[in-house]
Design a binder for this molecule. Sequence first.
Ligand SMILES: [Zn+2]
Length: 174
Amino acid sequence: MNKLIDVLLFILDWTWCFPQALIGRVKSAAWRGQMCPAQDASLERVKRKEKEWRCKIYLVKRESRDEHWFWKKISGSGIGRYICLAEAEPGNGEIDDEETIAHEYGHIITSRITGPFFILVMICSPLYSLKSRKLKKRGWAWEQVVRWYYSRWCEKLADILAGVNREKWIEERK
Ligand SMILES: [Zn+2]
């Protein structure tokens, strides 16, 4: 049964979700190729999630990501069947905790439901991310920026689909 689900989701990702599967594949290959993967206790957990969710997850060291001007500007993502995230750093929104990985999986569920219409998420999500960086520069507190960002439609949808309790996540990090 598990094998059947593997095959069906693989076919779904590479047909109905083809554009984002291709973009996710290219991005994740470049992301993984240029940077050094994070080595920590979370890897076992990540391997389990990859199996359960039928996707590939790449966690990279923040320092190695920050060395490249291009990747520094590109945020983590869940596109097609590929999740790319940078290692944790306190006070930064992109981290390798369970909820953050689950949130990216929420985008993958969105992709599997919406197929080619996922293009809307691929347009809106980076724009919201850019805007949230601007809000941070404008002096908004971390909590305000995070609340703003995760209440945008595509981010909220990813949280709902993956069962992420964003308020609890914020409370734990205040
Ligand atoms: Zn997101």
